[in-house]
Design a protein around this ligand. Structure first.
Ligand SMILES: Nc1ncnc2c1ncn2[C@@H]1O[C@H](COP(=O)(O)OP(=O)(O)OP(=O)(O)O)[C@@H](O)[C@H]1O
Length: 254
């Protein structure tokens, strides 16, 4: 944990895609073991900020980043940062479920295998535990060798969460994890997010304000690349300090 009580802190972050500035002077501190939602209109930089937290923007050509991102005590943008180790500690779940075209078991065992776990007994235990934490075990326990592609969209997304949990991350980044799912599957993922904060820090990007209000403890409202306001979710929705936030949460634009 950091001196300010956070697990992850961005300081004066600017990000440019070529000439276009997508983040402007963003500073934010993410509290541990809580769910933090990033909301704001399309194109305001939510996903860009999320991707900075595990250096996924490094893969984008022509990107330039200024500022610091501290994870615990180290700067993840520093030369000493081991990206593979970072992505193990800060996992990511994407908008569209993206299971590998292999068995349910192998999807979950993939990460631990990459990180050197060889014992079948240990892998069995990790697969079972991760699927239980992702609230999927009861639905797949008798068909672990079946293809992950045969699962429903909601099950696939929970499998992707299990795959992320299998390498024991500390932070889970979720980029619109329910946007491809129906309401029942969405509510399962939302319940799961609530359970996850016992053991993990969750940062979720969502278009859906009701979802942010339901699942998060803290909310950051972004607009045109800036973090306009950040605070406890109830305060952001019920008593925002900034007029822009108020206009957005009351549905005056979006
Ligand atoms: N790889 C990229 N190359 C160039 N520009 C990009 C890239 N990714 C995002 N952008 C631009 O950066 C800005 C912020 O995009 P970002 O995806 O972070 O916004 P967002 O708030 O997550 O939007 P949405 O809610 O629509 O997903 C947008 O103007 C977008 O067009």
């Amino acid at each position: 944990m950091q001196k300010n009580g956070s697990i992850l802190t961005a300081e004066h972050l600017n990000l440019y895609y070529g000439d276009k500035q997508a983040l402007s002077d963003v500073s934010i501190s993410i509290p541990p073991n809580r769910v933090t939602a990033l909301i704001g209109p399309s194109g305001c930089g939510k996903s860009t900020l999320l991707r900075c937290f595990n250096r996924l923007n490094d893969l984008v050509e022509d990107v330039r980043i200024e500022g610091r991102i501290l994870f615990e005590d180290g700067d993840i943008r520093g030369p000493d940062c081991d990206i593979v180790a970072l992505r193990k500690r800060i996992g990511m779940v994407f908008q569209k479920p993206n299971p590998f075209p292999s068995s349910i078991y192998d999807n979950v065992a993939y990460g631990p295998r990459v990180h050197g776990v060889r014992s079948r007994e240990r892998l069995d235990a990790i697969v079972q535990e991760s699927l239980k934490k992702a609230a999927l075990w009861d639905e797949v326990a008798d068909r672990l060798d079946d293809s992950a592609m045969g699962l429903s969209g909601g099950q696939q997304q929970r499998l992707c969460i299990a795959r992320t949990l299998a390498v024991e991350p500390e932070v889970i980044l979720m980029d619109e994890p329910c946007s491809a799912l129906d309401p029942i599957a969405t509510s399962k993922i939302e319940n799961l997010i609530d359970d996850l904060k016992e053991g993990y820090t969750v940062v979720i990007v969502t278009h859906n304000m009701q979802q942010a209000a339901r699942v998060s403890d803290y909310t950051g409202f972004m607009y045109l690349g800036r973090l306009v306001e950040f605070g406890p979710t109830a305060r952001i929705f019920e008593n925002p300090q900034e007029e822009l936030t108020n206009n957005y949460v009351t549905g005056r634009f979006g």
